[in-house]
Design a protein around this ligand. Structure first.
Ligand SMILES: [Zn+2]
Ligand SMILES: [Zn+2]
Length: 269
């Protein structure tokens, strides 16, 4: 299929603690991959235990994304974004941060639960997956109720790390709460991200997967964004076509794009 617009709405640069990529190289890689809109979404985590506000590295990311926006004008559209992690762990700080910048695009994400570590660091051999994921989906729901972001990043993120076979593939116990999350996203006009990074990792599918993306559509969802979650230039734009294909086969005919926090729906074909 030939798509109207290839976009990557989730990328990191050296201003994220887990990337050492140069922003210029990320933009060049996007252009090479045929991406026409690129959102720079460096991490800012809002853990409750930090007392002096948020990580100010975002200042540099924001400034440089603005420079890239000017430098690439007419070639690719660079958007000033952020991946805002765990905003509900300290709402005042999160809201202050959002007030301090004019982001084009805000991803809301959850990498760890309250007073807990990133799922990346868990030892799942001794963990009760059901109760852990009960907490995860409850916090996701709380985050969507707050709702001050444009797209919900990588729903089902912990499954990137939980060994397969330790949970029902159809999300059995969590279906009701997932429905509630998806329904609320639709009502509030928040997009659901199709994060394609799982396709290049052991998980082997997008986050969330096609099953839940289709469910979002059934529950009235209209807006999806697509992002590679690249942390290095070679991953920029990776599997974006697959992500858009999944959106299409799940019933979506538009991809959501953002500027100054305002959505614009672009036909897929
Ligand atoms: Zn993330
Ligand atoms: Zn990310």
């Amino acid at each position: 299929m030939e798509f109207k617009l290839l976009v990557d709405y989730h990328t990191h640069t050296g201003f994220s603690p887990d990337s050492d990529a140069d922003m210029l190289e990320i933009c060049n890689a996007a252009e090479k991959a045929g991406i026409l809109q690129l959102a720079i979404t460096d991490h800012v985590e809002i853990p409750a235990f930090i007392q002096d506000g948020y990580d100010k590295t975002i200042d540099e990311s924001y400034k440089q994304a603005g420079e890239m926006q000017a430098a690439f004008r007419g070639r690719i559209e660079v958007l000033k974004g952020i991946e805002l992690g765990e905003p509900i762990h300290d709402l005042n700080t999160a809201e202050q941060l959002l007030k301090n910048y004019d982001f084009d695009f805000v991803l809301g994400s959850l990498h760890n639960l309250k007073d807990d570590r990133d799922f990346y660091h868990y030892d799942f051999t001794s963990v009760d997956i059901r109760s852990l994921m009960d907490r995860y989906f409850a916090e996701q729901l709380e985050m969507v109720k707050w709702g001050k972001f444009n797209s919900l990043a990588h729903l089902t993120y912990p499954f990137r790390y939980i060994p397969k076979g330790r949970y029902p593939e159809d999300y059995g116990y969590w279906r009701d709460v997932i429905d509630e999350i998806l329904r609320l996203l639709a009502v509030k006009g928040i997009a659901l991200e199709i994060n394609t990074s799982g396709l290049r990792q052991a998980l082997g599918k997008t986050m969330p997967d096609e099953f839940l993306i289709r469910r979002f559509r059934e529950l009235g969802g209209e807006m999806v964004t697509v992002g590679s979650d690249a942390h290095k230039p070679c991953d920029v734009g990776k599997n974006i076509r697959d992500g858009i294909n999944i959106a299409y086969s799940a019933g979506f005919r538009y991809i959501a794009t953002f500027k100054n926090g305002h959505p614009k729906m672009v036909p897929i074909l």
